[in-house]
Design a binder for this molecule. Sequence first.
Ligand code: IPM
Ligand code: MG
Length: 368
Amino acid sequence: MSESKRICLLPGDGIGPEITAEAVKVLEVIGAREGVRFEFDEALLGGIAIDETGSPFPEETLAKAHAADAVLLAAIGGPKWDTTDPTKPRPEQGLLGIRKALGLYANLRPVKILDALNDASSLKAEYLEGVDMLIVRELTGGLYFGASGREDGVEGAASGGGEGMRAYDTMEYREYEIERIVRVAFDAARTRGKKVHSVDKANVLESSRLWREVAHRVAADYPDVEVVDQLVDNTAMQLVRWPAQFDVMVTENMFGDILSDEASMLTGSLGMLASASLGDGTALYEPSHGSAPDIAGQGIANPLAMLLSVEMMLRYSFEMHEAADRLAAAIEAVLADGWRTRDIADASTLPQKMVGTKAMGDLVAEKL
Ligand code: IPM
Ligand code: MG
């Protein structure tokens, strides 16, 4: 009798369904080889969920996610649902909703340079030497989840005076929220380069000053790990000046959102950045990129961030480390052979080695 693992699939919007198909393809090969039966249970999230149910995060999706051993999410959102009207549902509410509902406070985004992609980076190869970092982004608090709203008829809010509209978002953290995410970072650093950059804006923000105090309290439990406080604006600069200085970086939700997009360009493309969102229950895996509506349906999206997210799922949720290593090696081998999707192609890419989403998935599956 073979072991079975239930995966809740959330293909979402845009290129989501295309890259999800490649993940399923690759998981089926891995399952057959490892004697593990992966059972897929598809559910709605984001724009498609709004279209079909009116809600970006239907009840049924939460139930399926809870019932699964892991959740694999592709991407959500698109211009079709973009609105600034606060009374209309938005796909992003689905994503934030499932993160919160599953208690996924720790978002791990590894940034590793694959030799084959040195030339795809926007930085010169010499700056990429030794780059291997893990961004630990707090995911269920901070600016994304603090009090927010709009108020009409606010005296003096209109240009030129008079009544107008005020809108606000609040960055707030409780001690325990900071402590648990900082611990994730220190625990990870212990298994890696033993250095943690705690990124904040303590020269301006009160929530950052609390962040810094708590980070240092936690650091005392990890005398073997070096801790560096770094201001977020400086971090944005250091990421392109000397990215190899980072081992583990831990930061507030929105800071991490911004810095991880920036860091993804070191690898050559946002299409290469995977992520794992962990909490105390079922974990969720998703590429860090969006739904790329501009190229949706064309079969040219890069499925590798999705496949690298599958790799993280095999490691963190299923403890299938050998299979994960094999998947990582297969991806590297395909790239080393010169195969490229459009986003990671460079001047040296042979035209006959430019492939689409499906072909890239096939190549990885074959190498397995
Ligand atoms: C990400 C994305 C999301 C975020 C969006 C789609 C809500 O940018 O996962 O980084 O801001 O967290
Ligand atoms: Mg983002």
